[in-house]
Design a protein around this ligand. Sequence first.
Ligand SMILES: Cc1cc2nc3c(=O)[nH]c(=O)nc-3n(C[C@H](O)[C@H](O)[C@H](O)COP(=O)(O)OP(=O)(O)OC[C@H]3O[C@@H](n4cnc5c(N)ncnc54)[C@H](O)[C@@H]3O)c2cc1C
Ligand SMILES: *[C@@H]1O[C@H](CO)[C@@H](O)[C@H](O)[C@H]1NC(C)=O
Ligand SMILES: *[C@@H]1O[C@H](CO)[C@@H](O)[C@H](O)[C@H]1NC(C)=O
Ligand SMILES: *[C@@H]1O[C@H](CO)[C@@H](O)[C@H](O)[C@H]1NC(C)=O
Ligand SMILES: *[C@@H]1O[C@H](CO)[C@@H](O)[C@H](O)[C@H]1NC(C)=O
Ligand SMILES: *[C@@H]1O[C@H](CO)[C@@H](O)[C@H](O)[C@H]1NC(C)=O
Ligand SMILES: *[C@@H]1O[C@H](CO)[C@@H](O)[C@H](O)[C@H]1NC(C)=O
Ligand SMILES: *[C@@H]1O[C@H](CO)[C@@H](O)[C@H](O)[C@H]1NC(C)=O
Length: 539
Amino acid sequence: MAIRGNLLRTIVLLLSTRLPFVTSASATLTTCLSSANLQPISSSSSDYTADSLAYNRRLSYKPADIVFPTNEQDVASAVNCASQVGVKIAARSGGHSYAANGVGGEDGSLVIDLKNLNSVKVTASNQTAVFGTGIRIGDLALALFNGGKQAMAHGTCPYVGTGGHLGCGGFGLPSRLWGLALDAVIGAQVILANGSIVTASSTENQDLFFAIRGAAPSFGVVTSLTVKTQSAPSSNVFFNYVFSPLNVTMAVETFLAYQNFGANDAPPNLGMNVELGNGDFEMSGVFYGPTSNFSAVIRPLLDAVPQQPKSESVKTYDWLGILTQLAGSDGSLNTSTKADVSDTFYAKSLMVEENAPLTKTALQSFFNYLYGPGTTTDTSWFILADLWGGPSSAINVVPSTQTAFSHRSTLYTFQFYASSSNSAPPYPSDGISFVDGMVSSITSNMSGTDFGMYSCYVDPQLSAAEAQQVYYGNATTTRLQNIKSQVDPMNIFSFPQAIENVPDPESTAQSAAQRGAAPYAAQLGVIAALLLDVLLPVV
Ligand SMILES: Cc1cc2nc3c(=O)[nH]c(=O)nc-3n(C[C@H](O)[C@H](O)[C@H](O)COP(=O)(O)OP(=O)(O)OC[C@H]3O[C@@H](n4cnc5c(N)ncnc54)[C@H](O)[C@@H]3O)c2cc1C
Ligand SMILES: *[C@@H]1O[C@H](CO)[C@@H](O)[C@H](O)[C@H]1NC(C)=O
Ligand SMILES: *[C@@H]1O[C@H](CO)[C@@H](O)[C@H](O)[C@H]1NC(C)=O
Ligand SMILES: *[C@@H]1O[C@H](CO)[C@@H](O)[C@H](O)[C@H]1NC(C)=O
Ligand SMILES: *[C@@H]1O[C@H](CO)[C@@H](O)[C@H](O)[C@H]1NC(C)=O
Ligand SMILES: *[C@@H]1O[C@H](CO)[C@@H](O)[C@H](O)[C@H]1NC(C)=O
Ligand SMILES: *[C@@H]1O[C@H](CO)[C@@H](O)[C@H](O)[C@H]1NC(C)=O
Ligand SMILES: *[C@@H]1O[C@H](CO)[C@@H](O)[C@H](O)[C@H]1NC(C)=O
């Protein structure tokens, strides 16, 4: 024992430089996953390249292995293998992360793809549903409706995965009425770094329950979610107003009319946005209510804009009809009927606070940029300004300390999105700076204002510290770091912007526990096992 203790102590010191062990760790991972009957896809497998693709083809990373578990015990086995050898883990649901975080956001992760965990059970009588987080939001929406005309708030693209979407936020046009998708969550099953399978809710593992509603990817693999559902409205009025072409002056005034209407007049059963593109200025959305009420609801906006729309369309749909209409070219709600598409893009976000709406100067600078550089870029771009706040918005009635998603006073959220012109690589060399310029055209004119950003539109150009500050704010980040220390002390759920546990300054393991280094204790476990193999026959 004494000899072994000394040897281990020596190895602890050696392990602060991890390089010699990387290759053996990944080989050991594959062996461990195979022994657990998880049939890992490794770099030598013929499916490896296809299974490693991210929705955003601008980014590509090489996972250590990819597994497709069929139940939560399989997920726990996979997590145990990765923890034992010190390989970081990325769960993958729909693979739609803007930063390719579904394949780890960097090389070398174990990807745990959840597509086989896709069951849904709806109980309309008490308005709850339980689903596996491998299901996509289109398929979930269909199942909810088929299970007793139930619904919930979520985004428009059917192919987005529920695991990622409800783990970061989940905004949709009904969110001012019902909240974000994550606000519907009342319970979760989570696989922790040590392989334990736990329930998180308002009564069990409350800290974890807080963390997975906004920062899930850093805390574990959420295998199933229980949500509160809503009765699907039978009448849903879709509207689209085209204001373009407009000059800068008119664009600024039209946008200001939207901003004022959102802050003062829009009832919670109205979801809407401004959509901007090269030469394009539109407003559209859905009124969840009777057709006959719509014109009175939208009247204050149309009275305030400097020029009436050049064209408009207003049409009432049933629930599945409105979801299909919003999905548009993204396709059918049933994602088995057509293969997913992909894009090659960079995007950023900006959350405008209710108490700090954009100034006229900032909007002038913004539209000057769009009507100048925006007309000559090689990229194909759009901007959405989705209304989140205003009178009685269900997003903002939630206290900012209730979930890890902490932005509870947003008036509207911008998304700035620029693709390569044919949606395929290569990405234009000016694309990132062009999108940065959109954002700074606003922020440079409001230098005293702190803008938040939306982690569902994850921006891989930000450092981890910047990202955490704009996604969560300082207080929530500190709380998340403390929870991380409890449930993932070795930072196994790791990616470039992940929440990290607060390093213990006393610990000699500190440098090995830094992000990028394989978890130290886990490696120690492997080395100890190898040593035992060598020493045991001797003993
Ligand atoms: C075309 C398109 C349309 C979109 N529309 C909207 C919209 O209308 N509203 C909106 O709010 N957002 C929207 N988004 C953003 C979307 O919500 C995020 O990209 C979301 O993270 C994607 O989830 P995913 O499961 O598909 O992605 P993935 O890449 O699979 O996962 C994203 C992140 O979550 C982690 N993760 C996935 N599953 C789990 C799990 N079960 N447990 C723990 N961590 C997990 C991954 O490791 C990764 O870090 C859209 C994105 C795209 C590409
Ligand atoms: C709803 O009903 C289902 C099925 O009876 C039950 O399993 C679940 O616990 C109930 N949920 C709530 C929140 O009452
Ligand atoms: C912008 O358009 C409006 C309305 O068409 C027009 O009155 C105004 O002169 C234009 N402004 C500029 C600077 O061209
Ligand atoms: C519709 O309008 C009527 C009359 O103004 C109002 O009483 C009712 O609450 C409105 N319903 C909805 C769903 O907006
Ligand atoms: C989705 O489509 C597949 C393939 O066509 C079909 O088997 C399945 O039943 C459909 N699901 C729903 C919920 O309609
Ligand atoms: C706003 O930004 C523009 C450039 O985008 C700059 O010329 C102008 O000085 C800025 N105004 C203020 C008040 O910062
Ligand atoms: C949050 O923390 C950062 C970095 O420590 C600091 O620069 C910033 O001022 C803090 N913000 C607030 C609102 O406290
Ligand atoms: C796993 O980690 C959790 C969270 O730290 C802890 O509560 C639990 O006891 C651990 N389980 C085992 C088997 O170590």
